[in-house]
Design a protein around this ligand. Sequence first.
Ligand code: HEM
Length: 448
Amino acid sequence: MHQLLGSLPHQIFRDLANKYGPFMYLKIGQVPTIVVSSPEFAKEVMRTHDTIFASRPQTLFANIMLYGCTDMAFSPYARVQSFRPIREQELLNLMEWIASNVGLGIDLSERIQKSTHGITSRAAFGKKSKDHDEFISIMEESLTFAAGFEFTDLFPSLNFIDLISPARSKLEKLKQRAERIIENIIEEHIEKNKSPLKAGGESETHADFVDVLLKFHAKDDLGFSLTSDNVKALIWDIFTAGGETSATTIDWAMAELVRNPGIMKKAQDEIRKVFSKKGRVDEAEVTNMRYLKSIVKETLRLHSPVPLLLPRESTEKCEINGYEIPVKTRIVVNAWAMGRDPKYWTEPDSFIPERFLDSSIDFKGNNFEYIPFGAGRRICPGISFGLINVELPLAYLLYHFDWKLPNGMKHEDLDMTELLSITVRRKEHLHLIPIAYDISCVEKSQGG
Ligand code: HEM
């Protein structure tokens, strides 16, 4: 659909909502769909009728990559603090690499992707898989089919076409490659837990996400059991939901900062004032950086990485605003459109972090005009982990380096075109030239 109309779905839905209103019934292909584009109706769906809309539709992507939608049976754990050494190490590695490229053009987007996925993998799987880079590229390719707008998602009764659809065969192949990597990760954990050192079981403090999943694998005695497919789908979920969203947010934030040098300078002043004495960033103090936090909030408002949240589907009929919503209606909530609605935001299309400095608006699902993490019982369970994974890398990038655009490019010319997948990234990779500000601690760590 989006290719035909030349815009991305969240943009098309906003234009339609401007014309036909914020609670719109559409038939997309054969699928009855309600598109919600106002905080009042978002609240109706995600608070008043939360239970009815807590299901997700079974799309082609979810059926194949998520093992018939057997993922997310429960929220992942969020021992955010305990992953601090992992974050520090990965980010120091990234700083070292950037320091060795000072004055040269680098593909910052690619490096951010790698290190964010590195943090997620090490937190979730104990270490980076030996097939880390391949796993990232499989994920990237498969996510382009995840938005739920494939032919077969829109015409479910024509499933004979589905069987020969190029999307299905591509996804099947990607799944086979991903499965091999995921099975290796599981196998390594099973072996590790068999080792004599681990006799008596992995200690709770060192158990990673996969260890926790394996404890619930096929064990009814714990009152809750996961099948092999559940375990594999959950590993996939964490890798994609955890890494991709954070990397996309950092990338947009850096692009906005490069386009707005005054804001970049203000952020660097805040960060450098605090860390200059130490000569390095300290995670414990990043939580007090008010301006940096406002930058992250503003980035999530303008560039919500999951602009249409994840689709939902009604499990029984209900009434909203005098309309009867039948069972199995798909619900699309346009968080991106609400985040840019002039009714709620002054200068909605401008990047102004100051708007959040003295504002009580947060993204925990209470202010429905601002829901980059969703709301209700399907709200993102990874908010804290996601936020620190964005704030900390930004603090490192802004503390240690100044940033210039290559080839004499002007900051206002930076292309902010969006690219569709289930997350919305910038179409172009961010190529920048790092200039050293204070890299003494990175150089020291290089030396040994
Ligand atoms: C900047 C970072 C992130 C953003 C913007 C984000 C955004 C979202 C959004 C919009 C949803 C859908 C919510 C809804 O439908 O109401 C979601 C779901 C989810 N997120 Fe995140 N997320 C981020 C980071 C993370 C991280 C770090 C993890 C895990 C470690 C994670 C795990 C999940 C999972 C498992 C779901 C599915 C929840 C469910 O269906 O019940 N996310 N996220």
